[in-house]
Structures are given as C-alpha cells and as structure tokens.
Design a protein around this ligand. Sequence first.
Ligand SMILES: Cc1ncc(COP(=O)(O)O)c(C=O)c1O
Ligand SMILES: NCC(=O)CCC(=O)O
Length: 442
Amino acid sequence: MSHVNQDLFDRARSIIPGGVNSPVRAFGSVGGTPRFLVEAHGATVVDAEGRDYVDLVASWGPAILGHAHPEVVAAVQEAAARGLSFGASTPSETELAEEIVGRLRAAGPSPLDKVRLVSTGTEATMTAIRLARGATGRDLLVKFAGHYHGHSDSLLAAAGSGLATLALPGSAGVPEAVARQTLVVPYNDEAALEAVFAEHGDSIAAIITEAAPANMGVVPPKPGFNAFIVDLAHRHGALVIIDEVLTGFRVGPAGYWGVSRRDAVDYQPDIFTFGKVVGGGMPLAALGGRAEIMDLLAPLGPVYQAGTLSGNPVAVAAGLTTLRLATDEVYSALDKVADTVSIAASAALTEAGVEHVVQRAGNLFSFVFSAETAHDYAAVQRQESWRYPAFFHSMLDHGVSLPPSVFEAWFVTAAHDEAAVSRILDALPHAARAAAAARPAP
Ligand SMILES: Cc1ncc(COP(=O)(O)O)c(C=O)c1O
Ligand SMILES: NCC(=O)CCC(=O)O
C-alpha cells in the first residue's frame, strides 16, 4: 500500500491549517485521506500515487470542457508569454465582458449591460452587495438558508458548501453588528420572504440568491420562485442579486437565467455574479447589471471596488477561450452525461434498497438520502447523510472522484466520454451497496 497521499497530507497539515487551502478539500465529513492531485486531463485526475480517477468535481465547476483542454492551455501559454500581469487595461478583458453580455442578450431581453471583472466569486458577491447598498442607501441584506456565496462577512450566516459539510451555523470573527445586517430566510418559502419584507421592507438593500442552489446539494427553485423574488423585492425598492457563480455558463450558454427563459420564466434581476466557468480554471469572476447600477462603481461613481489582478490577462485568456469553446453542442453533451449518470446512480441505489431522491437543476445534480424531494436547507439536513461516506469511498476505491460531501453537486464535463461514463456506471452498484450497508454513528 502506498502512503504517498497520507505522507503529503501529514506534511501539509504541519504547515497549512487542516492541510488544505479551502476547507471543502479536507474530506472532513467523509473521513480518510484527501488525494493530492498532480495532473488532470479531460475527465481524469491523477493523484500523487499515480492513480487516476474519473472526476466528478471538475475543480468545483470551472472545468466544463474537461481538464487542460488543449486550446485553453495554448491560449493561456500564449497570454503568459506576453506578460503575466500589467495592472493596466487590456483589449481582451473588453472581449470577455462582451462575450458575457452577449450570451445573456442572445437568450432574451437582458438586464446585463455592463460587467466588471474580479478574481473570485467571493469578491463578485461582496462587491454586488456593496453596490446594492450604495444604490439603495439601505443596509439590510436577505439571503436564503443553505445558499453559499463565498466567504465575506455578510454571507456566512446559515451558509451551504463547507459550512454545511462541517455543520457550522456561521463563522467566528464576523462582528455582531455585521451579522445583524443579514436576514436569513428558508428557501422556496414565499410566505417567509413576504413576512421579512412586510417587517423590514424599507430597510432592505438587496436579496441575494443562487440562481439554482447547488451548495446544499442541488435544490432547484420551485417554478416561478426567482420571478417571485424579483417582483417582491422591486415592490419594496430592493435590488435582486442573482448569484450565478456556480450555475453561470455551466448549466447553459446564458446560465440558469437562460435556462429559466427557455422554460418561459422571465425575471429581470439587478445584478448578476459569475465565477468558475467564466475563468476557465483561472482566478477570475465577474459581476454585472444594468448600466445605471454598474456606473455607480468607481471611477464613475461613489462605490469603491478595485483589484491588482482584476482582469488578469492570463485568466482572461482561459475564460474567453473556454466560453468560445462552450457551444450549444457542449451544453447538450453535458445534459446527456448528467442524464446517464444520474439515472444510473438512482437505479443502483434503488436496486440496493437505499431510499433517495435525485435533485436536479440543468446538468447539475445530487442525491438526498431521503424519501422526499428537498425544497430547502432543513429538508436537506434531515436526510440520512451518514450513508454518503461509504458511498463516496466506494466510488473512490473504484476510481471515481465525487465531491467529498453530500451537500455538494456532482459536476460533469464535456470530456466525460463513453469510457469515463462506463467507469462511473461500473462503480455505482458497489457504492450503492456500501450506502445500503452503512449505519449511523452511534
Ligand atoms: C454560488 C456561489 N457563489 C459564490 C462562490 C464563491 O466563489 P469563490 O470560491 O470563487 O470565492 C461559490 C463557490 O465557491 C458559489 O458556489
Ligand atoms: N460548492 C462548493 C464550492 O463551490 C466551493 C469550493 C471551495 O470553497 O473550495
């Protein structure tokens, strides 16, 4: 038995808190040794012991074309050879902004006129909130329980992703005065949202929502819920921030907003946030909205936002090339892989007698170990989540890397070809039987 991953983890833990630079990587809720990755191509990741896995994490979303797509790598190499960072405007950042705006416009009348590039999803949502507060002159923010919008102070209350995995209600270090400015509402609950607006409507700057939540597992909005949010907020003079950091340009060419339009659901939010796919695997994210809101940002307006590495030319090259390669055919391929894998996983769980529901939003999906579809964070938390570690480790033993938490979506890529999918399908029955045999901790 090789101990390379364990040795690397021990060494990392002695010098990096928890051995990781982002908590979700630590295998905290599934146990065992995180795989230290050294390479990734297409649908495959390779660990430091030389073992390869079919990857269903996709760098938590960005790798929509698969890892190290040759054209993306070539674009990055070319850009790098011309200079890593200038701290000045470049032609390509305007091209990327045009590509983002154009994608939404192609899907219908769009509230996205202007875009600013930043480096992480956290920065995008943090800036969006500041902008909403600047635009409205109000302080309160409404977010939904189980949604994750990055790790800025205002957004860690009842957050999904790593906080769900580690069962943390929020974070230490957030000043009470800041925490009080965030009101948390159960998701998909129109009455609860109306009650919050009835009480605080005059003071609410914005509601922020994941376009389709995928950080407590996947919990799609009920039909019309996003439109309801926008209508209610606008009636009270509040703005709506649609967070598409995870869904944007992954579930469709115009993100989940575009998917909703295809289903004849129209809503016009005020600010969008994007990340992950838009940077093609490099640190790049964006926020955008109507011109009169975006022009409140410095240097035109009074809302300050900046970044030494914002619009970094190497990251822009990765993002622009990725988006240009992410054609309608790519999105159809992703949908098909998502269908095949989710149906097969469900069949395997049924065959093994494990109660579960497939939760799905576009090509994003996950499973709750429960008899009922989950519409909110409380329902997701009620599932038999103790079944997941056995399921996860069985998949890993059979060469498939899943997100190491039941509270995360599974990510497919356009590089999941027949061979990759058949490896997943072969692994599933074993994992389903392991989930069936699992028992809750005493
Ligand atoms: C919906 C959503 N918003 C924001 C973020 C934060 O992005 P980042 O990790 O790039 O800061 C994430 C994921 O990390 C996310 O899934
Ligand atoms: N769904 C979880 C994420 O997207 C976050 C990844 C991270 O925080 O490392």
